[in-house]
Ligand binder design. Structure first.
Ligand code: NAP
Length: 485
């Protein structure tokens, strides 16, 4: 270990992204690192989201590390418990325990140019100096609480989907679910049968396809386990079947009309009542918001104790009011209203060269080079940084591309004895100008509003292209794009 630092590399976050980069470092024989985690266990999203029905909408085959295929998955679409176990198991298997520091929420990080180190402070007052800071803090963990008038006057219990209060017994209660996104369509079918009355407040109907979830039987598990190459082949097939969708999303959104017709046919088959069908019919180009998968949402909406109504306009002590003046009584409100994805890292202070705050560098919106490096912040790398999100394929593909890129950068620093690397501002600017130019032709710019865009309407979250293009760009670290500091 270098005497000037407490640890060579400091990773922040022990979710999918943080564990993955930690394992990749281990596999590349970088052993001098710690992982700071604000919680008391690994798992990130899959530790925190405990709402009923929480599962991933990408099949396990592809929503797992490529270097750690798991032959034991029990369902096509993994439930959060199984994903959480998988991540904990990966951490154990790769000997990450000695590197993990729980209860350490990043509070601030300051770059010191003279020693070329990051000075990191966590909320509990602990400090740490490191050469390289890797932020794997995730994009979907700052709950968005809608500014509905009267929110604080509600006399019952209210919580956000990602802060599910399992101590609240919903049986026999009148429950309001606000929002109809990916979380809501998983929650609604799970709780509909047990509550007395469920009212769903929908502002915009989502596009929904059936998920075709099913258990993975013993025979298929045996194939994954004992047939060499089987897991890799099924992963590759699934990857390409999802990847082709990027063409419609990012190159020719008009092609999505055919997919829309299929989804509308599914809706017609599931919902007989014309008025309800109309209410559930989306009026924007498919893919502009995340396309949802569910086998049972439409069934749940049609239960006699479930009502689908319009956007909530006010919250009162006894319930939720809609624009037509109706008060929908509620004992419990569930805010399934999503996350502040465009405000990544706004809760921590990151200070780069010449005292520049990341919040100031991102005054006009989040931006990075390859979603990984930010000019003026040497030796800072992000996993799932700006514009690395996907609407069409598994995030694991993007994360693994970033792991390879970061490890290549560290190898290079070690080999060339360069203390620090800072991406050139002109490189970052050109990269983002081109990225935003491509964004203009994508489905995400076709006229809807979504969590992909910031308050200026700029999409700072998604990658406007194929994942293989991102993989190509990140295959090798490009020293000519950086200044040595
Ligand atoms: P979301 O997709 O952003 O949905 C939020 C919902 O709340 C939308 O229906 C939105 O309506 C509504 N809403 C937000 N603010 C509102 C307001 N002020 N008034 C009324 N309605 C409001 O959030 P999410 O369902 O939590 O999902 C977020 C992301 O997490 C997903 O897109 C996905 O990437 C990820 N996720 C993934 C899975 C999975 O299976 N892998 C599961 C859950 C979540 P509008 O559409 O009108 O804005």
């Amino acid at each position: 270990m270098n005497a000037a630092v407490d640890t060579e590399v400091c990773i922040v976050g022990a979710g999918f992204g943080g564990l993955g980069i930690a394992i990749t470092l281990k596999r590349a024989r970088f052993d001098d690192f710690v992982v700071l985690e604000r919680g008391n266990a690994v798992g990130g999203t899959w530790r925190d989201n405990v709402y009923p029905g929480c599962a991933c909408d990408i099949p396990t085959t592809l929503y797992s590390y490529s270097f750690e295929p798991n032959p034991h998955w029990t369902r096509l679409y993994p439930r959060r418990e199984e994903l959480w176990d998988y991540l904990a198991d990966c951490a154990r298997r790769y000997g990450l325990e000695p590197h993990l520091r729980f209860g350490r929420a990043l509070d601030d990080a300051v770059w010191d140019d003279t020693t070329a180190t990051w000075h990191v402070r966590t909320a509990d007052g602990a400090t740490l100096r490191c050469r390289v800071l890797i932020l794997a803090t995730g994009a979907l963990n700052r709950p968005k609480r809608p500014p509905i008038p009267g929110r604080d006057t509600f006399a019952g219990t209210a919580f956000h989907s990602s802060e599910w209060d399992a101590s609240v017994d919903l049986r026999g209660k009148q429950v309001a679910v606000i929002g109809t996104g990916a979380s809501a369509v998983q929650i609604v079918p799970e709780i509909a049968a047990e509550v007395a009355r469920l009212t769903i407040f929908q502002r915009t109907p989502p596009w929904i396809f059936p998920r075709f979830d099913r258990p993975i039987g013993a025979r298929e598990r045996a194939l994954r386990r004992f047939i060499p190459g089987y897991a890799r082949l099924t992963r590759a097939l699934l990857y390409w079947s999802l990847e082709v969708r990027a063409y419609g999303f990012t190159v020719k959104p008009d092609l999505l009309q055919r997919r829309e017709a299929l989804a509308l046919r599914y809706l017609s088959r599931k919902v007989a009542d014309p008025a309800l069908r109309r209410a559930l019919t989306p009026h924007y180009r498919m893919g502009c918001k995340r396309v949802l998968l569910s086998d049972d949402y439409y069934d749940a909406v049609q239960r006699p104790n479930v009502t689908l109504t319009t956007e909530a306009t006010a919250i009162e002590p006894d319930g939720v009011r809609t624009a037509d003046g109706t008060l929908h009584p509620a004992d419990v409100i569930v805010y399934a209203t999503g996350f502040e994805a465009t405000k990544q890292l706004s809760g921590v202070r990151i200070t780069g060269r010449d005292g520049m705050a990341l919040a100031d560098a991102w005054r006009d919106g989040m931006a990075a080079y390859l979603g990984t490096s930010v000019a003026g912040f040497p030796n800072l790398f992000m996993i799932v940084g700006p514009n690395t999100g996907l609407g069409h394929n598994s995030m694991v593909v993007m994360m693994e591309a970033q792991y390879a890129y970061v490890v290549d950068a560290l190898r290079r620093m070690r080999r060339t004895k360069v203390r620090a690397l800072d991406v050139r501002p002109d490189v970052q600017r050109t990269f983002n100008d081109e990225l935003q130019r491509k964004m203009r032709g994508t489905v995400w710019a076709s006229g809807c509003s979504s969590w992909y865009q910031d308050e200026r309407g700029k999409n700072t979250t998604l990658w406007p292209g194929f994942t293989f293009a991102f993989r190509r760009l990140t295959r090798r670290f490009r020293p000519d794009r950086y200044h040595a500091v």
